[in-house]
Design a protein around this ligand. Structure first.
Ligand SMILES: C/C(=C\CNc1ncnc2c1ncn2[C@@H]1O[C@H](COP(=O)(O)O)[C@@H](O)[C@H]1O)CO
Length: 244
C-alpha cells in the first residue's frame, strides 16, 4: 500500500489526509464548531502572554533572577540571605526578578524594595490561590510555566539560586542546560548555601561526571558560596565581562 503524501503546515510535517481547510471551516457556517475549542486556539492565549511579558519587561534594564524555595519561612537564615541578595543586587545596579511567590522569592523582592530598586515578580497561576508577594512592584501572573521561563532567561543576565525544592531545581537545571548548549552565553549561575547544595554537586561530580554524562566545563558553570557578597560580585564580574 502506498503511503499518503506528507505536507508541511508551517514547521509541522504531517502525513494525514487533509479533509477540510481552515478557510473552509471558517466560511462554512454549517460545519461543526468543536474545532474552535481545540488546542490550536490556545496559541492565542499563549501568544498574549508572550506579548504581555515582553511589553511589561521591555524597559527593565540589567536584572538578575533569584530563585529559591516557596517554603522558606521569614525566620530562616535563607530568608535573611534572600533579602541580602535582593539588596546587594540593587546596590550593584540590577533589578531583581523572582517567581513573585512566598519564601525565598518574597525575601529577595523585599531586599530589592528596601534598597529602592526594581522588584519584579513573575507569578504563576496555581490550583491553589497564592498571588504575588507584597514586595513585588512590577508583577505579571502567567498561566503557562514555559512562557514565564522564557521571561526569566530573556530579561535576566544571571541567576542566583537559594536553597529550594523541585521548582528551584527545575529552574537551576534549565539554566545549566541553556548555558551548556550555548543557547545563552556568559550567564553566571550562583548557588548560595554550600551545605545545602554540596550533596547535589558531589553527586554530579562523583556520578554524573565520573560516568561521562557531563564534562568538567559543565560543572564549572556553577559557582557555589555561602557569602552573599561573593555571589553578587560573581554576577557583577560576569556582567562586566559581557560588556567588554
Ligand atoms: C507552595 C506555595 C506557593 C507556591 N507559589 C509559587 N509562586 C510563584 N512561584 C513559585 C511558587 N512555587 C514555586 N514557584 C517557582 O519554583 C521555585 C520554587 O519552587 P520550590 O519547589 O519551592 O523550590 C521558585 O523559584 C518559583 O519560580 C505556598 O507556600
Amino acid at each position: 500500500m502506498s503511503r499518503l503524501r506528507g505536507r508541511f503546515k508551517g514547521p509541522v510535517f504531517t502525513r494525514t489526509e487533509e479533509t477540510t481547510t481552515t478557510d473552509q471551516r471558517l466560511l462554512d457556517s454549517q460545519g461543526g464548531s468543536e474545532w474552535l475549542h481545540a488546542d490550536p486556539w490556545r496559541v492565542m492565549r499563549i501568544q498574549a502572554e508572550f506579548v504581555e511579558g515582553f511589553g511589561a519587561l521591555a524597559e527593565l534594564g540589567p536584572a538578575i533572577a533569584v530563585f529559591g524555595s516557596a517554603r522558606t519561612p521569614p525566620d530562616h537564615p535563607s530568608y535573611a540571605q534572600g533579602e541580602q541578595v535582593g539588596r546587594l543586587l540593587v546596590e550593584a545596579g540590577f533589578a531583581v526578578i523572582t517567581g513573585g511567590g512566598p519564601g525565598a522569592m518574597e525575601a529577595a523582592n523585599k531586599g530589592a524594595c528596601d534598597a529602592g530598586g526594581t522588584s519584579v515578580g513573575l507569578g504563576i497561576e496555581l490550583p491553589f490561590e497564592a498571588g504575588l508577594n507584597e514586595w513585588v512592584d512590577v508583577g505579571i501572573n502567567f498561566r503557562y510555566f514555559f512562557v514565564r521561563k522564557t521571561m526569566f532567561v530573556k530579561y535576566s543576565q544571571g541567576f542566583v539560586v537559594l536553597p529550594g525544592g523541585v521548582g528551584t531545581l527545575d529552574e537551576l537545571f534549565e539554566a545549566i542546560t541553556l548555558v551548556q548548549t550555548r543557547k545563552v552565553t556568559r550567564f553566571p549561575i550562583v548557588l548560595v548555601g554550600v551545605d545545602y547544595w554540596s550533596g547535589l554537586l558531589d553527586w554530579m561530580r562523583d556520578t554524573v561526571l565520573a560516568d561521562g554524562k557531563i564534562s568538567q566545563g559543565d560543572l564549572d558553570l556553577i559557582h557555589v558560596t555561602d557569602d552573599v557578597e561573593e555571589a553578587v560580585r560573581h554576577v557583577v564580574a560576569a556582567q562586566e565581562g559581557a560588556e567588554r
